[in-house]
Design a protein around this ligand. Structure first.
Ligand code: GUN
Ligand code: ZN
Length: 433
């Protein structure tokens, strides 16, 4: 029998055991073990120890650093690293001016391959080990993304983008061709290693009703498929959807009518929703991938997270690069805090961290694989310096409570705090050699 691969990582272990809810700074949902060893065998967490587990283990000493589950980014665009930080537009102009021209380049296999490598390396360099990703309309871009994720053992959910209208010719597909590409992609990638296929409707305006029907049909035909799209991000977009789909009760209802809402549906944004929409999300089990840096940058609006929470709808956190301005989930969490502060709601570090780890795992129905430091979970981990630079270091030293400390890490930290990223117990950042 081959020997077990045994890894022990020493540090301050932090994860959430449950949804901490809004407002509670002292909560049993937080699990914190200062200076403990996290034990990993053959890529899975098997337990923790207060003391050195001994010679049978490869021991990595990150004493004085924070160890968390790897982040889960529930909505991000692979090709949009090329347009992050583009000036001066709201959503619909931003798509036409910057995003569509940039995405056109990914028709080329080499552009897609290089872009996918750059993108997954960047996720890992931000402590993100799992992601729900938009490539482009081109099948080759989805294949490149899956291949790059597979070679690192990552949990990635993606699929070629569906868009058969209201976009430049060089960026549109058609129903039959898109269906063929999806079926090929599903058969090649879905359920292989840690990959899953998502029917990826860009957003309602860029798909014909026939294409939405096709996506709904496929969603019901293969078990475990995901659906990802955008919803109710921007007021001009919402008005356009109302014109295009006059029979639908709301923007969200367009997707519901086409059979696209279920417990594996991931809808980015969800700013301009009403009570009936929130109830529909809760009833179907679909989640909102809240993308705060994007919502601020594109001037899209302020999400009512507390109302979604109260309705029982799942809200997870997402970078939405390149509408979003950073892959760092600390920056994402800190932006989410600001958006709630503008509405008089307090987002604790615990609630934010939950939405970027275990809450995302739960909403993706992957709670038994990722999102926590629970025994049995795959060892997707990030190791962080508590503070980088004189200001954060000073603030960290003055923190009196654990929440104060983690909140300062969340507000002042980013990828510069990252010391190491492990995927299934293997060091993936910084890469060896
Ligand atoms: N809606 C449709 N496509 C996009 C996109 O690429 N980014 C964002 N933020 N919203 C969208
Ligand atoms: Zn997006």
């Amino acid at each position: 029998m081959s020997e077990r691969r045994r890894l022990a990582i020493r540090g301050d272990l932090l994860d959430l055991v449950d949804d901490p809810g809004f407002g509670a700074v002292d909560t049993p949902a937080v699990r914190f073990d200062a200076d403990a060893w996290l034990l990993v065998e053959d890529g899975r967490i098997v337990g923790r120890s207060r003391s050195d587990p001994g010679d049978g283990w490869q021991r990595v000493d990150h004493r004085g650093r924070l160890v968390t589950p790897g982040f889960v980014d529930t909505h991000v665009h692979m090709p949009q690293l090329d347009v992050i930080a583009s000036y001066g537009t709201e959503l619909l102009d931003w798509l036409n001016t910057y995003t569509f021209p940039a995405e056109a380049r990914y028709a080329d296999a080499e552009v897609s391959r290089a872009g996918a490598e750059r993108f997954v390396a960047a996720l890992l360099a931000h402590g993100t080990t799992a992601a729900v990703v938009f490539p482009t309309v081109h099948k080759v871009s989805a294949d490149a993304l899956f291949g790059a994720a597979q070679s690192r053992g990552m949990r990635v959910i993606a699929g070629k983008v569906l868009m058969d209208r209201h976009a430049p010719d060089f960026l549109t597909d058609d129903v039959a061709g898109a269906e063929r590409d999806c079926v090929d992609g599903i058969e090649r990638w879905h359920g292989r290693d840690r990959l899953a296929y998502a029917l990826t409707v860009r957003f309602a305006p860029t798909s014909t009703p026939a294409q939405l029907d096709m996506a709904g049909r496929l969603l019901r035909s293969y078990p475990g498929l995901y659906m990802q799209t955008h919803v109710a991000e921007n007021r001009a977009e919402v008005a356009w959807v109302a014109e295009l789909f006059p029979q639908a009760r709301s923007y969200l209802d367009v997707y519901h009518r086409h059979g696209l809402l279920d417990q594996r549906s991931v809808l980015a944004h969800g700013i301009w929703l009403d009570d009936a929409d929130r109830a529909l999300l809760a009833a179907t089990g679909a989640q909102i991938a809240h993308s705060p840096t994007s919502n601020l940058f594109l001037g899209s609006g302020l999400i009512g997270w507390a109302a979604l929470d109260a309705a029982g709808a799942a809200v997870t956190l997402a970078s939405d690069v390149g509408g979003g301005t950073s892959l760092a989930m600390q920056r994402t969490m800190a932006a989410a805090y600001r958006i709630q502060a503008l509405q008089g709601v307090r987002l604790t570090a615990w609630k934010a961290l939950y939405a970027a780890t275990r809450g995302a795992a739960r909403a993706l129905r992957l709670d038994d694989e990722i999102g926590s430091l629970e025994p049995g979970r795959v060892a997707d981990l990030a190791v962080w310096d508590w503070a980088v630079g004189p200001v954060a270091t000073h603030r960290d030293a003055l923190a009196r409570t654990l929440h104060e400390r983690v909140f300062a890490w969340m507000v002042l930290g980013d990828e510069r705090n990252l010391a190491a990223t492990y995927v299934a117990g293997r060091l993936q950042h910084p890469r060896a050699g």
